[in-house]
Design a protein around this ligand. Structure first.
Ligand SMILES: O=C(O)C(=O)C[C@]1(C(=O)O)C=C[C@@H](O)C=C1
Length: 88
């Protein structure tokens, strides 16, 4: 593959990453509604820990830097928490 083709491949992957972030955010909004209906707080620290542990395991499985992957998941969780608080 030449440089342009490789960059096209990255472009497709980048779009898919954003699509997955949007899907994750959508599911988290649905979770927020369930938690609101059940009178539960927006933040669930034990669930956040499970998400972070899983991120580290998946990073190792795919041989990428687990600190960087965990930093990305921390941002995704914070994004959801801001949206969940604002929608209350
Ligand atoms: O699982 C939940 O309860 C969510 O709201 C989703 C999520 C996440 O982004 O993974 C966000 C905030 C919570 O503190 C825990 C996890």
């Amino acid at each position: 593959m030449n440089l342009d083709e490789l960059r096209e491949e990255i472009e497709t992957i980048d779009r898919e990453i954003v699509e997955h972030i949007a899907q994750r955010t959508y599911v988290a909004e649905t979770i927020a509604n369930v938690k609101r209906d059940q009178g539960l707080p927006t933040t669930d620290e034990s669930q956040e820990q499970r998400v972070m542990d899983r991120a580290g395991e998946n990073a190792q499985r795919f041989d990428v830097d687990d600190n960087l992957v965990k930093a990305m998941f921390r941002l995704l969780i914070e994004l959801n928490k801001v949206e969940q608080r604002e929608s209350r």
